[in-house]
Design a protein around this ligand. Structure first.
Ligand SMILES: *[C@@H]1O[C@H](CO)[C@@H](O)[C@H](O)[C@H]1NC(C)=O
Ligand SMILES: *[C@@H]1O[C@H](CO)[C@@H](O)[C@H](O)[C@H]1NC(C)=O
Length: 527
């Protein structure tokens, strides 16, 4: 899509981030950095409409996407959905609550299926033109809640699973290299890179990502946003392009903890299409939802564990003092910090090729991806083997020569869940029981606290939840977060802890985008 931008687009995007406000009935409302709660209040007070919000984000996307490459497709129906929401709100006249996400634009990672004009392609041309049978269950829930589907976010193509060693973080064929809005040379991480970049740069209100191994936590950490990885099964995976159902989970990527929790409240729950996992986890969803646990005194009485080896060993010297300062804040807020703890076999746990994780994920990927593809109504590819052939036949389209597809080829050679995979599952369970579970139980911990995304291997192999909150910036301006990880089904505690920490520190700053060059594509505004 080519767009003609007014000459004001020659000014720094800074202007879009700070000076654009909406004026309705003579009242001002500043959209960038506003929370769902603030937006809903502005809706209620007639200071803002959902249509204006969508128009603002479309302008932001036209301006910034040529630079950041974080969005693959904008929903042609987004504006109509917003108009419908506005109409509904007018008719409702505040009589009943329409819900937190009503009229709120939500961006979806490009692996989350939508039955509309948008493609669901994992960032690859191989799936463009495929038609899903129905919306992913989380999308059904979003639509029912009145959310506006804004579009599809870019990602590390196929979750990086085309080639774990060669596909760069944040790169996919359809949108090119995703860029960290804080540091043009910074790693955006992945695989939910587009979700994190877009939210960080105020190109949308909130987004959804997915995590198998670090894919929500790491990009959120690197792009200074909040990422919530729910316990596996708390959110349905039905209709989402899979990696490995034993580990996969869908979760919010947002600017604040309260936004993440409002999105979580809408997308959780039992789903017959993802029966076993959601049935188990749904038992732990609190009556009245998670929002009630946005407790400004949530750290009081909590016990938090620090595992320095290996999570603080490689910490950059410029962020080390900030992290130590945050530990003091946690103590001041009433938490007990238990330091210098250890996780048994941690070196094995953090190495997917030794923990059993990679063995299991490779086999599950082939099985579950083939199942996903078989359910499509139409598709250019119907199996992993077809995708491999597609890449072979289109070497230039998919940068196949540079990045190859060695992980695809290795996965194709697997043959279901056999002896080797069963042993891998057993090993992962044992490592989790003797490692993270023992650490948490023996020390009576409510959460483990780690800087950055180092703990995501621990969370991956046990299906455990985690939440990352912006915690600061290194000497070059590169963001980092603090991750709170917990045992299965302990979202309530994690939300209390994360919210109190966020409110006490308020470390997130919107990106200034000053380090960016005005490239020819940027100036021409071609999207
Ligand atoms: C989906 O892909 C088709 C085929 O390339 C394209 O024509 C269409 O515009 C895409 N949809 C959107 C919303 O971009
Ligand atoms: C810390 O990070 C900066 C850039 O973000 C880098 O230049 C420096 O080498 C890092 N230091 C260590 C010890 O990794």
């Amino acid at each position: 899509m080519a767009v003609n931008l007014p000459s004001s687009s020659l000014l720094l995007p800074l202007i879009f981030l700070f000076l654009i406000f909406i004026t309705v009935n003579g009242q001002h409302f500043t959209i960038p950095e506003s929370t769902i709660e603030e937006i809903q209040q502005a809706f209620a007070e007639n200071k803002l409409t959902s249509t204006q919000l969508v128009d603002f984000y479309i302008t932001q996307i036209k301006t910034l996407n040529p630079l950041l490459h974080s969005i693959i497709e904008v929903n042609p129906d987004a504006r109509d959905q917003a108009k419908n929401a506005d109409e509904e709100r007018r008719e409702n006249q505040g009589r009943r609550s329409l819900g937190d996400l009503h009229g709120i634009p939500v961006l979806l990672k490009d692996t989350i299926g939508t039955k509309d004009k948008l493609n669901t392609s994992a960032g690859s041309y191989a799936l463009v033109g495929s038609v899903v049978a129905r919306d992913a269950s989380v999308v059904e829930k979003l639509r029912k809640a009145g959310a506006v589907i804004m579009g599809k976010a870019s990602l590390s193509e196929w979750y990086k699973f085309r080639s774990l060693s060669h596909v760069p973080n944040g790169w996919c064929a359809r949108s090119g290299q995703g860029v960290n809005p804080y540091l043009v040379t910074g790693d955006p991480c992945g695989s939910s890179s587009g979700s994190a970049i877009s939210v960080a740069a105020n190109m949308v209100a909130v987004s959804l990502g997915t995590e198998t191994h670090s894919s929500i936590i790491c990009p959120s950490d690197h792009n200074s946003v909040v990422g919530l990885k729910p316990t596996v099964g708390l959110t349905s995976r039905a209709g989402v392009i899979p990696v490995a159902p034993s580990l996969d989970t869908i979760g919010p990527v947002t600017r604040t903890v309260s936004d993440a929790v409002r999105v979580l409240d809408v997308i959780v729950g039992f789903d017959p299409r993802d029966y076993e996992a959601t049935q188990r986890a749904a038992k732990f969803i609190p009556a009245g939802g998670y929002k009630q646990f946005l407790n400004p005194n949530g750290l009081k009485g909590k016990i938090l564990g620090i595992v320095r080896n290996p999570f603080l060993k490689s910490l950059n010297e410029s962020i080390f003092p900030i992290f130590e300062h945050h530990l003091n804040t946690l103590r001041e807020r009433g938490a007990t910090v238990v330091d210098n703890l250890e996780i048994a076999n941690i070196n094995t746990i953090v190495d997917p090729s030794r923990s059993g994780e990679l063995t299991l994920v490779m086999a599950e990927f082939k099985l579950s991806l083939n199942d996903y593809l078989k359910d499509l109504i139409t598709s250019p590819v119907w199996s992993l083997a077809d995708i491999i052939a597609f890449n072979k036949n289109n070497p230039d389209l998919e940068k196949n020569k540079e990045y190859g597809q060695d992980t695809f080829i290795a996965a194709e050679k697997t043959n279901g869940i056999g002896e080797k995979e069963r042993k891998a599952i057993e090993l992962m369970e044992k490592l989790s029981q003797n490692g993270f579970e023992k650490l948490m139980m023996e020390n009576n911990l409510d959460a483990m606290v780690t800087p950055g995304s180092g703990a995501t291997s621990v969370l991956a192999i046990g299906g455990y939840p985690g939440i990352t909150v912006p915690a600061g910036y290194d000497i070059n301006g590169m963001p980092f977060g603090i991750c709170f990880g917990g045992l299965k089904d302990t979202e309530i505690k994690l939300i209390e802890i994360a919210y109190d920490f966020e409110q006490a520190t308020m470390m997130r700053k919107p990106p200034l985008l000053e380090s960016f060059q005005m490239t020819p594509e940027f100036l021409s505004g071609s999207l």
